[in-house]
Design a protein around this ligand. Structure first.
Ligand SMILES: [Zn+2]
Length: 367
């Protein structure tokens, strides 16, 4: 969009102009959907400010402007050069200044009343609220900045490119993650659970910030990856074992990796994506972390006795198999004609019985 917006500025206003872009979204948007977007006050559009600025600068032109879609990464000289420049721009440490101010004459505000729906109205109110200073201050939490910072660092180490904050927040709502797991990750990213430091500032409750098992300061990272209470160690060992048969190298989960697991994108040695492995990793890591959290709460809040190692493993197997079973059903419905690429009864935990016995293993799911 940025390229599209800047591309025509070096051409005289009264000269005809043809813009070639590989962005179908914006070419179609500007040629087919613009009236709808404007009627709806751009509520459903992304990059609204840049989009509006682009529309205004194109409208100010006095000659014909033609937009053409071209296939990206197909060796077209201008397109390849534009990609190169975009990549250079992405690696810049300081953002370029870009004037997004719109002249009063071209300013459109709000949506047409006849086009507004209840859903659009809610989105509009939400967008307005999110722009207020009070909301921005409330969002600017130290714990959130730390959580997101660590997730970005891990994602860039694994994927080779640093995701934006928007990409990270969106990844927490990845469709592969269960509804409760999404909420758990969102709360964890915000440091929203009442653990560790939260209790330090409440007189008389300081001891709640200490791990009852280890006697050290508790944090979500401690609970999920360091605590010596039965649970986390056994569960992470099982996840690693589950990966044994995979050609993709196992990435040991840690706090930042958990928060960025929605961005997992494994590739083979030829650089081809392995979506099945990425999907499996997302599910197994997030479900395992959520199970450790639930077991800690049962132990600390509900004062239940810790499970023995075998009990922990059985419960993990049941959790993962249930989740993968659901995934399989959903996948089978979607691709009803496709034959399942897994065997329904692969492994069973030693000593496990009934529901705790494994119905299938994650390693045999083929996505
Ligand atoms: Zn502990």
């Amino acid at each position: 969009m940025y390229r599209l917006s800047l591309g025509h500025e070096s051409v005289q206003k009264n000269d005809d102009l043809t813009i070639h872009s590989d962005s179908q979204t914006y070419v179609n948007g500007l040629t087919k959907h613009l009236a709808k977007w404007e009627d709806e006050g751009y509520i459903n559009s992304e990059n609204t400010e840049l989009l509006q600025a682009t529309v205004v600068s194109l409208r100010k032109r006095e000659a014909v402007t033609t937009l053409h879609w071209v296939k990206g990464h197909s060796g077209i000289e201008g397109n390849e050069k534009a990609d190169e420049l975009a990549n250079e721009g992405r690696l810049k440490e300081d953002c370029d200044e870009f004037n997004l101010n719109i002249e009063q004459n071209f300013q459109l505000s709000g949506a047409k009343l006849c086009k507004i729906t209840q859903s659009l109205a809610y989105k509009f109110i939400r967008q307005k609220k999110m722009k207020t200073l009070t909301y921005r201050i409330a969002l600017d939490r130290r714990a959130t900045r730390m959580g997101i910072g660590r997730a970005k660092a891990c994602a860039s180490e694994i994927c080779g490119k640093t995701p934006t904050e928007g990409m990270l927040w969106k990844s927490l709502r990845h469709k592969d993650l269960g509804r409760k797991v999404r909420y758990f990750l969102w709360m964890t990213a915000h440091g929203g659970y009442k653990v560790g430091e939260y209790w330090n500032s409440i007189p008389g409750y300081e001891t709640r910030g200490i791990c009852q098992h280890c006697g050290t300061s508790e944090s979500m990272e401690h609970i999920l990856f360091e605590c010596e209470a039965p649970g986390q160690k056994e569960i992470w060992e099982q996840t690693e074992k589950l990966w044994d048969n995979k050609p993709t190298p196992w990435i040991k989960p840690q706090f930042g990796i958990l928060l960025s697991c929605g961005l997992t994108d494994f590739k083979d040695t030829d650089g081809n994506r392995i979506p099945g492995d990425s999907r499996l990793y997302r599910i197994v890591v997030s479900e395992s972390a959520y199970l450790i959290w639930k077991m800690r709460n049962e132990r600390v809040i509900n004062e239940r006795d810790p499970l023995p190692s075998r009990g922990v493993i059985n419960r993990w197997l049941w959790t993962i198999n249930s989740r993968l079973g659901t995934d399989l059903v959903l996948t089978s419905r979607k691709f009803a004609s496709a034959k399942p690429g897994w065997s329904p009864e692969i492994s069973r935990a030693p000593g496990a019985s009934g529901a705790a016995g494994a119905r299938c293993t994650a390693a045999n799911i083929i996505m």
